[in-house]
Design a binder for this molecule. Structure first.
Ligand code: NAD
Ligand code: ZN
Length: 365
């Protein structure tokens, strides 16, 4: 199958995102040409290492790449400073130095940890991303946000640090649990709403092929998301303005996720957040009811929730909304759709409308 390449254009820090089936076994050869590091530390969680570790390490060895697999326990609860410290010690014990590089083989947790570790180990060594969840392939592996959680909040410690390359092998999605796939699809729908009405229609028309992981459809889907993310990051690498559109559905989504005590997975919380904010846009007068309905219908078509679970305390959601780390001086910024494919960022939303949207358990517009 032919390969698709998307470029993230950031001057001397530009990098390619290669997308194709079977790519895992070709990475060694490419690294050999690129000469990013003398030796590579492959960082992976225990799940992904069990699934792909051997195959990946063998293919690197065949290409003549020196690499060592270093494993940490999977899960968001391990995306913390302790894991970074443990991995740094492991690198040091194994003699990794400034001429070496890291490879993140895994989902968003692995990518965020590895990027952060690469940015501080020996004051910075290069790294590449090999994302293995749909969320990581369409979102977290691109754009250079790295970091970890602390007890006071998620992603509160981190840095912008771009990878040297991103390798997306679509075959690895075959082993991904269906809920993780669905969670990633919420982010995919997000790209359609914020920037591309044609892509939104594409998703509507290819739902079955997406769930069947049909190669050409999945490749096109991932490539389009990466193109949009690259376009945003190229203009606003450090989230001074435009990059905030990527938070569509996330302001309310994060609050719902936190209020559920993280029982609702991120993608589902974002799905709920996108429906809620579409409703808010209708109430605020910037979105038509038809478009809000179209957004909600697509989310439902992908088997994602469209309303805030009834059992969640609205007061608690509100508290998290006001404490969001992206809230500036008490002002909550919302990314409101104006139409499918177009959004605006505003803090001019009445509290009454927010309360009305939160209090509804049914987001039918
Ligand atoms: N840096 C960014 O810009 C950015 C953007 C969005 C999200 N994130 C971060 O990403 C994280 C979430 O990422 P995630 O959803 O990929 O989580 P994750 O890395 O924890 O992966 C989810 C689960 O899937 C397993 N897994 C991964 N690939 C697999 C495969 N191919 N087959 C079977 N199982 C597989 C993992 O072991 C894990 O148990 C969060 O920490 C979030 O903050 C970062
Ligand atoms: Zn997200």
């Amino acid at each position: 199958m032919t390969e698709t390449v998307v470029t993230v254009g950031l001057d001397d820090r530009s990098y390619p995102i290669r997308i194709s089936s079977g790519l895992l076994s070709e990475i060694g050869e490419d690294l050999q040409k690129k000469n990013i590091g003398t030796r590579y530390g492959v960082i992976s969680d225990d799940n992904v290492a069990a699934l792909y570790g051997d195959q990946f390490m063998r293919s690197l060895a065949t290409a003549g790449i020196q690499a060592e697999l270093i494993i940490f326990p999977q899960g968001e609860k391990n995306k913390n400073m302790q894991t970074v410290a443990d991995l740094a010690s492991e690198l040091a014990k194994r003699g990794f130095d400034r001429s070496d590089a890291l490879i993140a083989l895994g989902g968003g947790v692995t990518g965020d940890i590895t990027g952060f570790l690469a940015s501080i180990y020996m004051r910075g060594i290069p790294f590449v991303q090999v994302p293995t969840t749909l969320l990581a392939q369409v979102d977290s592996s691109v754009g250079g946000k790295t970091g970890v959680d602390i007890p006071e909040g998620k992603n509160l410690v981190g840095i912008f640090y771009q990878p040297k390359a991103v390798y997306i092998d679509i075959d690895v999605l075959k082993t991904l649990p269906i809920d993780e796939l669905r969670g990633g699809l919420a982010e995919v729908i997000k790209y359609g709403v914020i920037h591309d009405a044609d892509f939104f229609t594409f998703l509507k028309e290819h739902c079955e092929a997406v769930f069947a992981l049909k190669q050409d459809v999945i490749t096109r889907l991932i490539a389009r998301c990466c193109e949009i993310k690259a376009w945003v990051v190229e203009q606003d690498e450090r989230e001074g303005g435009l990059r905030r559109i990527l938070n569509f559905g996330h302001t309310i989504g994060h609050a719902v996720e936190a209020a559920s005590n993280f029982q609702l997975i991120h993608g589902k919380a974002v799905a709920v957040g996108m429906c809620a904010v579409a409703q808010l846009a209708v109430k605020t007068g910037c979105l038509s009811e038809e478009d809000a309905q179209a957004i909600q219908d697509l989310i439902a078509q992908y088997d994602l929730p469209t309303s805030i679970p009834a059992e969640l305390d609205r007061k608690v959601i509100k508290k998290y909304l006001l404490n969001d780390k992206k809230t500036v001086a008490g002002r909550v910024f919302y990314v409101l759709p104006e139409a499918v494919g177009k959004v605006l960022i505003t803090d001019q939303v009445s509290e009454e409308h927010v309360d009305a949207v939160l209090s509804g358990t049914d987001t039918t517009v």
